[in-house]
Design a protein around this ligand. Structure first.
Ligand SMILES: *Cc1c(COP(=O)(O)O)cnc(C)c1O
Length: 431
């Protein structure tokens, strides 16, 4: 299977080349040349397969040219060693908990899958690959954890000083080994700009192989389709039409869900739920795509003003706006509504949702107003403990700190403070 650039379909790469490069030479996102459906028997009998078997079947066609079957099996075993439960909280409303991994956000699966692939592709090489990534919080921790100790790969994470939560900072600054944290005096946008500048800086790229570890990278994006299959496996016995509401920022997760649907998984509809950053909800109203500077909200992992994966979603519908509207709705909610939803969920069902999950809940409820009989699943993308301040202020309770978070709390933070691109550049050239 080849992957082509969404800017120019004659620019093609193998899975391995696309993973190592991250983005096509013309700056387009890579996209699979074909998505072959799985058999309808597979979906009928999905509950007789293990999660590992489901994942293997789903991703095999995309990666098999570069990953032998036994390697893919091994990678899947490494990546999927925790649960993805669907928890019903109201009639026809359930949540898919994606936060049982090592850093307690859904990015663990993609980050680990990419780390395993890159580790495999680098194993016989003498040259090193450097993963350079900017984070507003969750990506950094998941990438640090996923890549820790992977031979042939060094990781440099840029984060905005004072703008990530304490737990998030610990997760990305305390691991050591091949993980370096750069604490940037500036905003997330500044970090992102420095990373983009480095990718274009030939004084660096002539000496060092750089790649990115956000959801533009196909090895981080595609494995997210597993979640939707695992949810379907659990919800199928309801014998109802299923809809998914996905709290969305860069739209990688929901786009992977749509790929699962293209594989033949029965889904009635997708709902992209956003916070005040409403570029996509506006687009779905009026067909005009207008990127904006992001605004800060309590669901900060979704504070994105120009979602990078939306171009993949449009491509999945051949850029046909009415086809897209038939299958996707999108709603935006402000922080006040998100907090009220957290309180309502807690008082009615005793369930503690994090602010991102609560946005997903709101989007689902909005859709169910006109489609009351569907079985709705909203994705819980992070554990509430990762957004402790908001949860404590809104619900007046302190969630128990799980062991994988406790483990990093006592560790010593190590970061390199930088305030300009030149400092990043000289670090990359000299290290
Ligand atoms: C990254 C993230 C999101 C947004 O996911 P996208 O794939 O970028 O749309 C939502 N919630 C949490 C907690 C996240 O970390």
């Amino acid at each position: 299977m080849k992957f082509y650039s969404l800017n120019n379909s004659s620019i093609q790469a193998s899975f391995k080349e696309a993973v190592i490069a991250g983005i096509a030479p013309d700056k387009g996102l890579y996209f699979p040349e074909e998505i072959q459906s799985l058999s309808s028997d597979f979906f009928k009998n999905i509950d007789s397969y293990s999660n590992h078997q489901i994942a293997f079947k789903a991703i095999h066609q995309f990666v098999s040219a570069d990953l032998p079957d036994e390697i893919l099996e091994e990678i899947i075993k490494n990546v999927l060693d925790f649960d993805f439960p669907v928890v019903e909280i109201e009639e026809n409303v359930a949540t898919l908990e994606l936060f049982h991994g090592p850093t307690m956000a859904f990015k663990d699966v993609g980050a680990r899958f990419m780390a395993n692939c890159l580790g495999y592709f680098s194993k016989d090489k003498t040259s090193q690959v450097t993963v350079l990534v900017a984070t507003s919080g969750d990506t950094g921790g998941a990438v640090a954890n996923g890549f820790l100790g992977v031979k042939g790969v060094n990781v440099v994470i840029l984060y905005p000083s004072g703008k990530v939560s304490d737990i998030q900072e610990k997760q990305l600054t305390t691991l050591g080994q091949n993980i370096v944290a750069m604490e940037v005096s500036g905003t997330f946008d500044d970090c992102q700009r420095m990373v983009k500048t480095a990718f274009l800086d030939t004084e660096i790229t002539s000496q060092k192989k750089l790649t990115s570890a956000n959801s533009i990278n196909i090895a981080r994006w595609l494995p997210q389709l597993f979640y939707f299959l695992f949810a379907y496996k659990q919800a199928k016995s309801k014998n109802k039409e299923i809809v998914f509401s996905v709290p969305s920022g860069n739209f990688g997760n929901i786009c992977a869900g749509i790929v699962a649907q293209k594989l033949g998984m029965p889904v009635k509809h997708f709902i992209a739920s956003t916070n005040a950053n409403d570029v996509v909800p506006s687009f779905m109203q009026n067909g005009v795509y207008e990127p904006m500077p992001s605004v800060a909200t309590i669901s900060n992992a979704m504070d994105v003003g120009d979602p990078s994966n939306f171009v993949r979603i449009r491509h999945l519908y051949q850029n046909d706006f009415s086809k897209l509207q038939e299958n996707l709705s999108s709603y935006s909610f402000l922080d006040e509504a998100t907090k009220s939803a957290m309180q309502k969920i807690y008082s009615e069902s005793g369930y503690v949702a994090d602010p991102h999950g609560a946005v997903g809940y709101l989007g689902l409820k909005e859709y169910q107003k006109s489609n009351p009989n569907v079985y709705g699943i909203f994705l819980e993308t992070a554990h509430p403990v990762k957004f402790l301040d908001v949860v404590e202020d809104t619900l007046g309770l302190s969630p128990e700190i799980p062991p994988q978070i406790q483990k990093v709390m006592g560790k010593e933070k190590k970061s390199i403070k930088i305030s300009s691109y030149e400092e990043l550049k000289s670090y990359l050239k000299d290290s």
